[in-house]
Design a protein around this ligand. Structure first.
Ligand code: NAP
Ligand code: MG
Length: 510
């Protein structure tokens, strides 16, 4: 291990209300992707450790007070946790910047503040009405019917590296709000903000032991232990479509509830009446926010032929001025990619685009500044003359690469926009809102932003059509994904059941 790999801080596993090493006492360094510096050593759990965390969550669900508390009690505790986390906002943002390579702006103005807002939203939503009356029953006997929303049980929650804190909130907060218990597995590349979050929560001593557990370690070991265990009732996974398919297969053996938030190749459609100043910068924001390392990035930009040359020229002119630099520099627009392998993947796709005949209107290269030499930096790329059937228009690159596609008729743009295995999000730019809404209605995507992009709200559902996922996060939709539905029927008259039994069979039994 080199000097830079011996960062002193050790992070352990949080199981049953206590921090402890994994059985094998293995640790792995986690790095700063801008500098290559090791930030901490993180416990690497094995399948047995994961099983212990599952047992702790199982016990806390089956015997513990958490699922039996009233929604109001859970809400009160979660609001106290939100307050506790709020006190560490700046520290959490610094940690996110260091470990995930988010720019100062993204980590301090978006990731942590929005994450805290979303945590608080679910803390308030936790005090929800668990009982819903069923309006009318068609049986001829009189009865009162209602539905009771109950927690599902033990939730295994697996998250990616691109928005580590926000993804942890989207998993933990609604699951706990609905009365479930949790085993969270952060991404191996970016575990620190979730670890710190759980440390802060643990210090409050407000959650009964076993309600929230955190297990770090390799996805194919820890993740798989969660997806296959018969003691886990639900898997909530955010990550690539490829691993998502595997998770779904693994979870099938025990017929778990599964929600999946997967990849995307989202279309961003410029209409010929759009306000161009806003649309140019909006299209850059759509694709280059966090270097294109967002699942819902607007990576395919559809531009009408009548505006094509002018729009592309303005786009490239402004993209050229985006600053690639160290995340902590407030002027930086594009920080590092998450890893060497992600950088190489992006470069591979740039080569693929060139080989496919797309035009590099702006070609991203590794910067030469010496202070960036140890990080995974690359400039933005804009390909023009892209055809929608090219690999760079069909495959998720997860980097700062925009594919610009020309269209003649709006219906062609809509058809191409939908011609993808994905369906996570889309953008539409037009001065005519009625027209934009008509386009939005025809797009097969879970979210459509009109004259904006990346606007994800606590109150609105987020999730994918097609191979972008199953289920929704956020809003009441997100909360209800963590509930089972129980119908309770109370007979109000005698005889209580259908005539064919009480009227015909029962008299013969006298
Ligand atoms: P990934 O490789 O699919 O990994 C996601 C998580 O799954 C990680 O915690 C990973 O652990 C774990 N994992 C790996 N193999 C597993 C297995 N066999 N069984 C169970 N878990 C396993 O995704 P990523 O590279 O971290 O993140 C990028 C992807 O996430 C992109 O495709 C992006 O579109 C998607 N994403 C989607 C959304 C959304 O809401 N739709 C949001 C954010 C990101 P290790 O880290 O230990 O490998
Ligand atoms: Mg991965």
């Amino acid at each position: 291990m080199s000097d830079s790999e011996t960062a002193s801080k050790l992070y352990n596993l949080y199981i049953g209300g206590a921090w402890r090493a994994g059985r094998a006492e293995r640790y792995a360094p986690t790095y700063n992707p801008a500098t290559g510096e090791a930030l901490a050593q993180v416990a690497q759990a094995d399948a047995d450790d994961a099983h212990e965390a599952i047992l702790a969550a199982r016990g806390a669900f089956d015997e513990g007070p958490w699922p039996q508390m009233t929604p109001a009690e859970r809400s009160r505790i979660l609001l106290q946790l939100a307050d506790a986390l709020q006190e560490y906002e700046a520290e959490l943002a610094d940690l996110e910047m260091a470990n995930a390579g988010c720019t100062w702006r993204k980590s301090h103005l978006l990731d942590i503040p929005v994450g805290l807002l979303h945590f608080r939203y679910f803390a308030e939503l936790a005090d929800f009405d668990m009982l819903e009356p069923v309006p009318q029953i068609t049986f001829p006997t009189l009865s009162y019917n209602f539905v009771r929303r109950e927690p599902i049980g033990v939730c295994g929650q697996i998250i990616p590296w691109n928005f580590p804190f926000l993804m942890a909130v989207w998993k933990i907060a609604p699951a706990l709000a609905a009365g479930n218990t949790v085993v969270l597995k952060p991404a191996s590349l970016t575990p620190l903000s979730a670890l710190r979050m759980v440390e802060i929560i643990a210090e409050t001593d407000l959650l009964p032991p076993g309600v929230l557990n955190l297990v770090t370690g390799p996805g194919d070991v820890v993740g798989q232990a969660l997806t296959q265990s018969p003691l886990v009732d639900k898997i909530a996974f955010t990550g690539s479509t490829e691993v998502g398919r595997e998770v779904m297969r693994q979870a099938a053996s025990t017929v778990k509830k599964v929600t999946l938030e997967l990849g995307g190749k989202s279309p961003n459609i410029l209409l010929d009446d759009a306000e161009l100043d806003i649309a140019v910068d909006g299209s850059l924001w759509a694709v280059f926010m966090h270097n294109g390392q967002a699942c819902e990035s607007g990576t395919r930009l559809f531009v009408p032929a009548s505006l094509y040359d002018e729009f592309v020229a303005r786009l490239v002119d402004r993209a050229r001025r985006l600053v690639v630099g160290l995340p902590e520099d407030g002027m930086t627009d594009l920080g590092p990619l998450i890893s060497r392998s992600q950088l190489e993947r992006v470069e591979r796709y740039i080569e693929i685009g060139l080989a496919e005949g797309a035009q590099p209107a702006l070609l991203g290269r590794r910067p030469s500044a010496p202070e960036l030499a140890c990080g995974h930096f690359i400039g933005p790329t804009i390909f023009t003359d892209v055809r929608n059937d090219m690999r760079i228009a069909q495959e998720e690159i997860f980097g700062p690469v925009l594919a610009v596609i020309r269209y003649e008729r709006l219906e062609d743009a809509i058809r191409m926009a939908n011609d993808t295995i994905y369906g996570l999000a889309a953008g539409v730019w037009s001065a005519d809102v009625d027209r934009a809404i008509k386009v939005a209605e025809q797009l097969r995507a879970g979210t459509v932003w009109i004259n904006d992009y990346h606007m994800i709200s606590a109150e609105a559902p987020f999730g994918g059509y097609k191979q972008s996922g199953i289920g929704r996060e956020l809003g009441t939709w997100g909360l209800l994904e963590y509930t089972e539905v129980k119908h309770i029927h109370v007979a109000l008259t005698r005889p209580r059941a259908a005539r064919f039994w009480y009227d015909i069979v029962a008299p013969r039994l006298d």
